[in-house]
Design a protein. Structure first.
Length: 395
């Protein structure tokens, strides 16, 4: 099982690439909780805090393709590091505004600006992996490993924020985000594989948008719907814990959901696949649906523990397959932009799924968000099957 991962990590510089990318993206896993708690402490309103976090996420989704296009045009260093420094400055302004008792509008605008400046390290990593690993089978495993590290960020990030706040305050947590994003981005850019990248920015290719690829456009709908499915579960699991009478179990269920995803990603990356990528992607979306169905009937913490693990199993495999499909469909010269469009679609879907998932709880009960998740996964699979003619050449 480990042989395929060894083939990835044995490439000189690969372990440092993954490790530095993990450090560089850790602030992304910390930002939502840190901003939520800072705005809540300042305004004494969870509604205002939720709006600020939503502004951060939506601004990230909106600006990501532009930043990705700039990376393809000018290079990683010229875009990522200035973006990180600018975001750090905005985090500092957010702390100053909070300590000065600024109004909700100011805090929301600054949160949105911070999100818009998020350095697109994850898309840059995925674009770079296409360059580093020529063997498609090894590249698929590298994408699986990348998905696993992404899940690690969502587990470790909130824990780090909780630790910082328990020792200091939300203001310190947000201030440290600025320090971490600059340090982490710098470490990523100093990775040998990043510095030795042979990509010729700004030359050799006509400047064509990544959306010129019909294969990429065909993926955006299923990716966004997958985000809706995941966003609904992210709201539904804490609701299930509260329904079962245990608020602390909210974090446990969410963590187990991510652990299930990591386990599924390890399994997916270790296998030798003979099916075509489009067919595999369609099947994995159906598996995501099937794995989520038991959550609809879960009403106890014990059932939630088992069902959360099960519901997570297909997430990392779905992401890995998505990355591979994007990697095969990109227009030369727009590699990073292509991956940022996928990130934007996913983030937009997550925001919509969270909002809709919360809205259906009052009307449909604790199982309603999971029903919504299943419907979104089903629709994603149907659209993926319906658009298979556009991606048949990727098989």
């Amino acid at each position: 099982m480990l042989s395929k991962y060894q083939s990835v990590l044995s490439v000189p510089g690969a372990p440092r690439l993954f490790a530095s990318a993990l450090v560089g993206r850790l602030p992304q896993g910390m930002s939502s909780l840190a901003i939520l708690l800072l705005v809540r402490a300042t305004t004494h309103s969870y509604a205002a805090a939720g709006i600020a976090v939503g502004a951060f996420a939506l601004a990230t989704a909106a600006s990501a393709p532009l930043l990705g296009r700039l990376v393809d045009r000018f290079g990683r260093t010229r875009v990522l590091l200035p973006s990180a420094c600018a975001q750090a400055c905005v985090y500092a302004l957010l702390v100053v505004a909070a300590e000065a008792g600024a109004g909700v509008l100011v805090l929301v605008v600054l949160s949105g600006l911070a999100g818009a400046l998020l350095p697109p390290i994850a898309p840059a990593v995925r674009a770079l992996l296409r360059e580093v690993f020529a063997d498609q089978a090894v590249l698929d495993t590298a994408y699986a490993l990348e998905s696993i590290f992404q899940e690690t960020i969502w587990i470790v990030g909130p824990l780090v924020v909780a630790l910082i706040i328990s020792l200091t305050s939300p203001e310190v947590a947000v201030a440290l985000l600025g320090v971490e994003v600059v340090v982490g981005t710098s470490l990523f850019l100093r990775s040998p594989l990043v510095r030795s990248s042979s990509t010729a920015y700004g030359a050799g290719h006509e400047r064509v948008s990544a959306l010129a690829s019909p294969e990429l456009r065909a993926l955006l709908g299923p990716v966004a719907l997958t985000g809706v499915a995941l966003g609904a579960v992210e709201v539904g699991l804490p609701s299930l814990a509260l329904h079962a009478g245990s608020r602390p179990a909210s974090g446990l269920l969410l963590a187990l959901w991510s652990v299930g995803s990591m386990a599924g990603g390890l399994w997916y990356g270790a296998r030798v696949w003979r099916s075509s990528l489009p067919t595999r992607y369609q099947l994995l979306l159906v598996v995501l649906l099937i794995c989520t169905v038991p959550l609809i009937a879960a009403r106890s913490i014990a059932a939630g523990v088992v069902c959360s693990l099960l519901a997570g199993l297909a997430i990392a495999p779905v992401f890995s397959c998505q990355y591979a499909l994007v990697g095969r469909s990109v227009t030369p010269g727009s590699e990073t932009e292509a991956f940022t469009w996928i990130s934007a679609a996913l983030i937009g879907g997550l925001a919509a799924g969270s909002a809709l998932g919360g809205a259906v709880i009052s009307a449909g009960g604790v199982g309603a968000p999971f029903v919504l998740s299943c419907l979104a996964s089903l629709l994603a699979a149907v659209i993926a099957v319906g658009s298979r003619s556009r991606v048949r050449q990727l098989a």
